[in-house]
Design a binder for this molecule. Structure first.
Ligand code: SAM
Length: 164
């Protein structure tokens, strides 16, 4: 499995427990590396996990295809959400599951407020509430088809499968 924007890699460890053979976590930030190494060691899975620090939207072609690609709470941290989703879908041999914030007036207002606060503190990070239909269309253009969806209070979770 491939976990794009996978933070400390815990989703990969869970999927290893559920039967996955190998987990690759891709991250923009190296800040999680020490915790991720510790968690993998505690799970006895050091030899089945791999981490790469890179922008996945730029480097997707460097990764092998994975049966399952997950991308949880990531597109909202990246300006070109469609490119990132397309890159993730392009590596999914069977399934892509990704989450994104619902686009409502209050999520957009929250993101705007958060971004103003970050800019005032001269921090680089910005949050984005991308149009969900464009994210899903980007995935479908990469050859996966919507299979299921779950709507939470804040997050929507979409599962897309590659037709056999
Ligand atoms: C909110 S965190 C979520 C981490 C983890 N998926 C979770 O749910 O706990 C979003 C992460 O996505 C990473 N990220 C954002 N854009 C990325 C990209 N283009 N390539 C790789 N990682 C990315 C960020 O560095 C950040 O750690």
């Amino acid at each position: 499995m491939l976990d794009v924007g996978g933070g400390n890699g815990v989703l990969g460890l869970e999927l290893l427990k559920a039967g996955a053979e190998r987990a690759i976590t891709v991250e923009l930030s190296s800040a999680y590396d020490a915790t991720a190494t510790e968690l993998a060691r505690e799970a006895g899975a050091e030899d089945r996990v791999e981490r790469r620090v890179v922008d996945f939207a730029d480097a997707a072609e460097e990764f092998p295809e994975a049966d399952v690609v997950v991308m949880h709470r990531v597109v909202c941290c990246y300006p070109d959400g469609e490119a990132l989703v397309a890159a993730a879908a392009g590596r999914a041999r069977r399934l892509l599951a990704f989450s994104f914030p619902r686009r409502t007036w209050w999520t957009r207002l929250g993101a705007l407020g958060g971004n103003v606060f970050l800019a005032a503190r001269r921090m680089e990070y910005r949050g984005f509430i991308h149009p969900p239909e464009r994210l899903l269309a980007a995935a479908e253009r990469a050859g996966v088809a919507a299979a299921w969806e779950h709507d939470g209070a804040l997050w929507r979770l979409a599962g897309l499968e590659r037709p056999t």
